[in-house]
Design a protein around this ligand. Structure first.
Ligand SMILES: CC(C)(COP(=O)(O)OP(=O)(O)OC[C@H]1O[C@@H](n2cnc3c(N)ncnc32)[C@H](O)[C@@H]1OP(=O)(O)O)[C@@H](O)C(=O)NCCC(=O)NCCS
Length: 181
């Protein structure tokens, strides 16, 4: 099985470890972080451990998964970014099943430093060049200004609005043939 690892100017993207549970707890118990993610932050460390198990399952069974992001100079865990294979009806978005999706989720103290853009540009390059994917999709709540900005900045094209649970979301797509950087 291949081990995923990406390095950018300021960040290391590596596979999750069990010792990241405290970091995931901090990230996913934060109300601000979950504002546009269904407003349902986690409450226990056990939930954080389950999230990490799911990341491991993604690497093992889907060949790709979200990667832990570490700030290079400080060595601090800042959250996650990267690609995921959304599988089956349960993970359907905008009528799509079995597709590669780009995402990111950072601790608020690391927002506004360009890290989502930096991690995502590297993830797209990894997806097209290393993983040989043909198309990458992205989705964000219409009110999530930061995330919509990131998706536009990294070159995805807005396609349509769709409903996910009770939220209106924007759907984005980037085909390999339109990938130019
Ligand atoms: C969305 C998120 C990942 C953005 O991360 P980030 O590292 O701050 O993003 P960047 O610094 O790369 O910002 C990219 C652009 O968006 C802008 N931006 C970021 N957050 C913004 C906000 N809340 N309001 C307005 N603009 C914002 C930045 O100013 C930057 O614009 P610029 O290039 O014109 O200066 C971060 O806010 C986050 O983790 N949110 C919680 C989880 C989440 O919502 N994930 C996305 C789900 S779809």
């Amino acid at each position: 099985m291949m081990t995923h690892y990406i390095e950018t100017k300021n960040l290391i993207l590596r596979e999750f470890r069990d010792t990241d549970a405290d970091g995931i707890f901090k990230l996913d118990s934060d109300r601000e972080v979950h504002k546009y993610l269904g407003n349902n932050p986690i409450k226990t460390l056990e939930e954080a451990e389950k999230i990490i198990s799911f990341f491991h399952l993604q690497y093992k069974e889907r060949g790709i998964g979200r990667l832990a992001c570490v700030e290079k100079p400080s060595g601090k865990f800042i959250g996650w970014a990267g690609l995921k294979l959304n599988l089956g009806e349960k993970e359907m978005l905008n009528g799509y099943t079995n597709f590669i999706d780009i995402g990111y989720r950072f601790l608020p103290s690391f927002w506004g430093k360009g890290y989502a853009t930096e991690a995502s540009l590297a993830s797209i390059e990894y997806g097209f060049k290393k993983m040989k994917y043909h198309v990458i999709y992205g989705a964000a709540d219409v009110d999530n200004i930061g995330s919509n900005k990131v998706l536009n900045k990294i070159g995805l094209d807005f396609k349509n609005e769709f409903m996910f649970k009770d939220s209106t979301c924007n759907w984005y797509e980037l085909k390999k043939e339109n990938y130019e950087y």
